[in-house]
Design a protein around this ligand. Structure first.
Ligand SMILES: Nc1nc2c(ncn2[C@@H]2O[C@H](COP(=O)(O)OP(=O)(O)OP(=O)(O)O)[C@@H](O)[C@H]2O)c(=O)[nH]1
Ligand SMILES: [Mg+2]
Length: 223
């Protein structure tokens, strides 16, 4: 048991060192880095597609995709003319910062305003791994149930921003938005909650404004 704890501590220490490397690179360039985390199918890539469509004309963007298999998500982003690097974890249920360092070294994105990292679809494992991001974004679709923040508290406590997705489906499922609001507020007082639908476009202006405000804050310029 002591050995298991030791190995886990060493893995996390190596991850922390790599995360510090990522953070230092992007502190110099004042690039905003987001780490998107949710269960499979909550709409991470769809939100990224909408986001890069809106921002690519004015911002230098790149995306790192994490999946256990296939280049599908990276291909969806590339189809929009934005560079994307696909990390294949070969079965691992989360990205770690060493993979992000390797991806950055290989991808050579050049100067960026915003880097989006889409983690492997999983609400649990990615939570413990700092990737050197400025902040984590937890996504929760209305089809997943309104009890999820309290059932998976760690991610909703660590994410500065929670995005509720697929709002257009609200009439078809039992999902109490106020209950989710209350749970997120308990787990992350002061955290931000954004309600979106990529189908109707609802909430996307608020999401984009949040990103621009964070970028301005990182650069010390007015939003
Ligand atoms: N109705 C509706 N469907 C959506 C919305 N956003 C995403 N979807 C659908 O949800 C499914 C999964 O979306 P993805 O964006 O691939 O989800 P993901 O979180 O990236 O999935 P993984 O990468 O596999 O974890 C797709 O069929 C999308 O079309 C939305 O706002 N409304
Ligand atoms: Mg995806």
């Amino acid at each position: 048991m002591a050995e298991v704890v030791d190995v886990r501590a060493r893995i996390l220490a190596a991850n922390e060192a790599a995360a510090a490397n990522v953070r230092a690179r992007f502190a110099r360039s004042r690039t905003l880095v987001l780490n998107l985390i949710s269960s499979p199918g909550s709409g991470k890539t769809t939100l990224l597609e909408a986001t890069v469509r809106a921002l690519a004309g004015t911002r230098r963007l790149a995306v790192i995709e994490g999946d256990i298999a296939t280049e599908r998500d990276a291909d969806r982003v590339r189809a929009l003319g934005v560079p994307a690097y696909q990390i294949l974890t070969g079965g691992a249920c989360h990205l770690d910062a060493r993979q992000v360092v390797r991806a950055l070294d290989e991808a050579r994105f050049g100067e960026l305003d915003i880097l989006f990292i889409e983690n492997v679809g999983n609400l649990i494992c990615p939570t413990s791994y700092d990737l050197g991001e400025d902040f984590k974004v937890a996504l929760l679709s209305v089809a997943e149930g309104d009890d999820k923040p309290f059932k998976y508290p760690a991610i909703f406590a660590r994410a500065e921003v929670t995005v509720v997705t697929k709002l257009d489906l609200l009439g078809h499922v039992d999902f109490d938005l106020d209950a989710v609001r209350a749970q997120v507020k308990t787990l992350r007082p002061g955290g931000e909650l954004v309600l979106t639908s990529c189908r109707s476009g609802e909430g996307l202006p608020a999401w984009l404004a949040l990103i621009e405000a964070r970028l301005a804050a990182k650069r010390g310029t007015p939003a």
